[in-house]
Design a protein around this ligand. Structure first.
Ligand SMILES: [Zn+2]
Length: 336
C-alpha cells in the first residue's frame, strides 16, 4: 500500500513544478470526499490531522479512518501528516500512530500561543528531526508566525519569515519542508477587503528570496483557504451569520507555487462547504433527521471544492507519475 513519506510527494511536486494541497481530516465524510476527489483527478494526497482533530477523534478513530483511505485507494500515493505538532511528545505520538510526516511548529511554545526565539525554535525542531528521520518520516518546520487562530493554535501576531534566517535554520535542523509566514492567517477571517490582484497581498518577495537562496527547500503556505464568497452567501442565505471576509485567492496561491511553494494548507474551505450544504438541506427539508441524508450533499460539496484545488494547484494528473517509496526506503535516504 503506497503510504508514502510526504517528502516524496513534495520532491515530485518540485520536479513537476506544481503544488499539492494539504487537507485536514476530522471525520469519515471528509476523508471520503478527499479520496474520491483525488481518485477522480488522479492526484497524490496529503491527509493531515491536527492535534485538535486527534483529540476530537480519540486518536484511534482518525488513525483508522486515514488507514481506511490507504486500504480503499491502494494505488494513490498518500502521506499521513501531523499538522502543528507542538512538542517532541506530539511528534512521537503521531509516528507511533503510523504517520509518515510530521510538522513541528517551533515558532510557538508548547502552549501553541507564545512565540519562541530562533534558538528555541531550532532546538525543538532539531529534536523532532533527530527522532523522525530514523523512521523515514518527513519533518516540516515553521519559521515566522502566522496571523489568525485555528484549533487553538496561533499567537494572533504576524511575524513574517526572515529569509536571512532560513538557510541557518535549515542547516541547524535538517527539516524537509518549511512553513513560511508571508501574510496568510489561519481561520476564515484573513482579509477584510476584497484582495486586489494589482496590489501586493502576500509577501511574495520573501518566497522568491528564500527560493533563490535555498532552491531545494519545499515551502509550505499555511492558512491558504480561499473562502469562496458563494459559500458564505449560501451559509448566510440559509440562516448563517458569517460577517464579510476574504481568503487567499487562487491567483495568489498560484504565484506562490510558481515561486517554489510545494504544499498549500486548506481547511476552512471544507468547513464552509459542509456548513453551506447542511444548512441548505435542513432549510429545504425541515422534516429530515437522518444524518446520512444531509451528510451526503455535505460530502459532495467538499468533494467538489477539493477537486477544484487539486486541479488549480496542479497536482491533478500526477498520482501515477512515480513509484511510491516506503518509510524503509526513506530511512536509507536519511542515513546518507
Ligand atoms: Zn497551519
Amino acid at each position: 500500500m503506497p503510504l508514502v513519506p510526504m517528502k516524496q510527494i513534495l520532491d515530485e511536486a518540485k520536479k513537476g513544478n506544481y503544488g499539492v494541497p494539504h487537507f485536514n481530516v476530522n471525520n469519515m465524510e471528509q476523508a471520503q470526499a478527499i479520496m474520491r476527489a483525488a481518485e477522480e483527478v488522479k492526484s497524490p494526497v496529503i491527509l493531515a490531522a491536527s492535534r485538535g482533530a486527534l483529540k476530537y477523534s480519540d486518536l484511534i478513530f482518525l488513525r483508522n479512518i486515514m488507514l481506511a483511505c490507504v486500504e480503499k485507494y491502494p494505488k494513490l500515493p498518500i502521506a499521513l501528516h501531523l499538522d502543528h505538532g507542538n512538542s517532541l511528545e506530539s511528534v512521537k505520538t503521531a509516528i507511533s500512530l503510523g504517520f509518515t510526516s510530521v510538522m513541528i511548529d517551533g515558532s510557538l511554545k508548547e502552549d501553541g500561543k507564545t512565540p519562541t526565539t530562533f534558538e528555541e525554535n531550532v532546538k525543538v525542531t532539531k529534536s523532532c528531526v533527530d527522532y523522525a528521520h530514523p523512521f523515514g518520516v518527513t519533518v516540516e518546520g515553521e519559521l515566522g508566525t502566522l496571523g489568525g487562530i485555528e484549533d487553538g493554535v496561533g499567537s494572533g501576531k504576524v511575524q513574517l519569515t526572515d529569509p536571512n534566517q532560513v538557510e541557518k535554520f535549515l542547516k541547524l535542523t535538517g527539516v524537509d519542508a518549511l512553513a513560511v509566514a508571508i501574510g496568510t492567517s489561519h481561520g476564515a477571517y484573513k482579509f477584510k477587503i476584497k484582495p486586489d490582484p494589482d496590489k501586493n497581498l502576500l509577501a511574495m518577495d520573501i518566497i522568491r528570496e528564500i527560493h533563490k537562496r535555498c532552491p531545494n527547500l519545499h515551502m509550505v503556505m499555511h492558512g491558504s483557504s480561499s473562502v469562496p464568497q458563494e459559500l458564505l452567501a449560501e451559509i448566510n442565505k440559509y440562516g448563517g451569520k458569517i460577517p464579510p471576509t476574504y481568503g487567499v485567492p487562487l491567483w495568489a496561491i498560484k504565484e506562490g507555487i510558481a515561486a517554489g511553494v510545494r504544499k498549500i494548507n486548506v481547511d476552512t474551505d471544507l468547513r464552509l462547504a459542509v456548513t453551506a450544504a447542511v444548512r441548505k438541506f435542513l432549510y429545504e427539508n425541515p422534516e429530515a433527521f437522518d444524518p446520512r441524508e444531509y451528510l451526503t450533499p455535505a460530502r459532495d460539496a467538499m468533494q467538489k471544492i477539493i477537486k477544484e484545488r487539486f486541479v488549480e494547484f496542479g497536482s491533478a494528473g500526477h498520482a501515477y507519475d512515480y513509484t511510491p517509496i516506503t518509510l524503509e526506503q526513506a530511512k536509507k535516504f536519511y542515513k546518507k
